[in-house]
Structures are given as C-alpha cells and as structure tokens.
Design a protein around this ligand. Structure first.
Ligand code: UFG
Length: 340
C-alpha cells in the first residue's frame, strides 16, 4: 500500500520527536524539519535509535517561504503537523515581536504552501486559549478568553488563520489540537524534554531539583481557592499526547472529518494540584524533593482542566498512561541525561 507522508515541523523538539515515533509505528513516512533554534540533535538521534532508521532531516526555517515551497515541491506531503514555534510564556511577554514574527509567519507560510499544494494541516494549539475559564472542565465550545501573553495570542491567532483558510480554500483541511500540560518522556528514556537554561515548567524543574541541578523547587502559591491551596492542571502524558496526532492525521487522510476544520482538547480530564504532583513524584521514585512555598507567579490561572470526551468519541483516543508511570519516565529521562 502507498505509505502516506507526514511533514513534522519542529520534529526535533519535545512533542515533535514523540509524535514522529508514533507516526512511524503507525506506518507513516515522516519528514522532520527543524531549524534547531531551540533544541539540539539529542531527540532526533533518540527517535532514530528507537525506530531503528534514519529519518529525512531538513534543516530549515519555516519563516522562509521559498524554503517551504522547495520542501513541498521536492516531496509529496500528504499532511503537515506544525510544531515549529517559540513556546516560553514569560519570554513572549518580554519579546513580543520575536514571538509574533516567528510563530505567525511560519504558520502563514505553511498555510500558503498547503493552499498551493492541497495539504492537510494539523496545528498544535494550547489550553492557554481558554485563559481563566468561567466553568470547569472546559470543552471545545468553551469561550476563548483574551490571552495574557503574546505566546497565547499567537496560538489564538494561528487557530483563526487555520479556520479562515479552511473556510476559504477547500483544498485545505485542518485540525487544531489544544494540549493541556504535556509531561513525561518516552519509556525508552531516549527522548524527552530538554529545556534550555532554567526550566519554566513544573516537571523539568522537579526532575532537575531531584538530580541536584537546582537547589530547591518553588511552589508558586498555596493560597489559591483549591483543596490544598495550589493550582490545578490537567497533566497529559507525552506518549498519550503523541498518539492522538496519529488518530487526527488518519482522520484527515481517510476523509473522516465531520467538518473541514475541527478542534479537540487533549488532556486527561483529571485535575491534579501542584502539591499532589510533587508528592506523587516523590512516592513513585522513592525520593524526597527539596521544595518551598513561594509567592504566586504572575499570569498563572488557578485551575484548568478539560473535558476530553470529544476526542474519545470522534478520534477514538483516550489518555491511558498513569500519572505514576509518566512521572517515573520523567525521572528516568533526567537520570539518563545526567548519566546516572
Ligand atoms: N509551577 C510551580 N513551580 C515551578 C513551575 C511551575 O509551582 O517552578 C506551577 C505553576 O504555578 C502552575 C503549575 O506548576 O500552577 C504548572 O506550571 P507549568 O509552567 O508547568 O505549566 P502552565 O500551566 O503554566 O503552562 C502550560 C504550558 C504553556 C501553556 C499553558 C497554558 O507550559 O505553554 O500551560 O496552556 F501556555
């Protein structure tokens, strides 16, 4: 049978590398494109080791329209999954132009060429588009709130770009996946999250504290109106999250979409507090973490978790890995990085 080809932009990054493994396992040809602006070749090499093959790797910038055109002309691409974007919320507040220039232009170029070639587009969106929700859990019909960061804005704007292009150009079909909090690593410990500098996100900060790279984890706020006073999030395992991309790509390529533009939440539907996550990490990995309660972090919402039932109904996908296994995998990955 003719194998379909999926282009993964940002395929050497944290999510892109895990998605490449799952696409390969499902029988897709994968082309990885990355400009390595925010990662090195560790995850690319890890993906090749897990799959036992070398993937085509194109070093390019999606802000370069000619390079995107060349890539699509030289390869028959059936679908593109777009991850190539900057993602640090705080940095985006300090450097909005960097974020808008990169995140919007790269996606516009993908849409332009997808229109020219007739290609399916899967966009990696975020729970950030819901802001501080009026009611929980959020479903796909919940209101999108004004975002507090240029990063969040760029996700909302790109969703709108995709919706408008799908409406205008019948040769493009689009799916936006709204991720909640992706965490963990591949069970092989050959790929995982590689934050540059001081981690901004909770789980890499925890693992780096546990390994001794950071002295102490700060828990941002214990006076929120939640049971233990810390924020609630919907932590989704990275391998589970990777698998939903296979379901979504297959739905697009098999012509099973109910509408030409669809949106799905990607989470577990189970809220977990920061303290619960820290305690579970300690328990499953048999260690004690040095942490302290610190003031709230600007821009944090108190609680957000999703109703993932639409993805289950339409895509046949459901998160299945336990939080214990996910937190074990995060620790194994950190230990492997440290050579321990
Ligand atoms: N936290 C700490 N200490 C830390 C880091 C985080 O207590 O050192 C807390 C935060 O206050 C928050 C929770 O852990 O309550 C999760 O924080 P993360 O930074 O890991 O994740 P966020 O929920 O803030 O952000 C994530 C993604 C963003 C995305 C956002 C909303 O990192 O890309 O969800 O979808 F925009």
């Amino acid at each position: 049978m003719d194998r379909k080809t999926v282009l993964v932009s940002g395929g050497a990054g944290y999510i892109g590398s895990h998605v490449t493994v799952e696409l390969n396992e499902a029988g897709y040809e994968v082309i990885i494109a990355d400009n390595f602006s925010n990662c090195d070749k560790t995850n690319y090499n890890g993906v090749c080791a897990i799959c036992g093959k070398q993937f085509p790797l194109i070093e390019m910038d999606f802000c370069d329209l000619n390079a995107v055109r060349k890539l699509f002309s030289e390869n028959k691409i059936d679908a593109v999954i777009h991850f190539a974007a900057f993602k640090a919320v705080g940095e985006s507040v300090a450097e909005p132009l960097k974020y808008y220039t990169n995140n919007l232009n790269s996606f516009l170029n993908i849409l332009q060429v997808s229109k020219e070639k007739g290609c399916n587009v899967l966009f990696s969106s975020s729970a950030t588009v819901y802001g501080e929700p009026d009611s929980l859990p959020v479903n796909e019909k919940s209101e999108r709130k004004p975002c507090t960061s240029p990063y969040g804005n760029s996700k909302q704007i790109c969703e709108d770009f995709l919706r408008d292009c799908v409406n205008a150009y019948p040769q493009i079909k689009g799916i936006a996946l709204r991720y909640f909090n992706p965490i963990g690593a591949h069970p092989s410990a050959l790929i995982g999250e590689l934050p540059r500098g001081v981690p901004q996100n909770l789980v890499p900060y925890i693992t780096q504290t546990a390994i001794g790279k950071r002295e102490c984890l700060s828990i941002f706020g214990n006076d929120y109106p939640t049971e233990d006073g810390t924020c609630l999030r919907d932590y989704i395992d990275i391998v589970d999250l990777a698998k939903v991309h296979v379901c979504a790509v297959s739905r697009m390529l098999k012509g099973e979409m109910k509408q030409p533009y669809e949106i799905f939440n990607v989470g577990t539907g189970r809220p977990l507090s920061v303290l619960e996550l820290v305690t579970t990490f300690e328990k499953v990995n048999g260690l004690k973490l040095n942490y302290k309660i610190a003031p709230r972090r600007d821009g944090d919402v108190c609680a957000v978790w999703c109703d993932p039932s639409l993805a289950e109904k339409e895509l046949g996908w459901k998160a299945s890995r336990s939080i214990e296994d996910t937190l074990r995998s995060a620790w194994q990955w950190e230990r492997r990085l440290a050579g321990k």
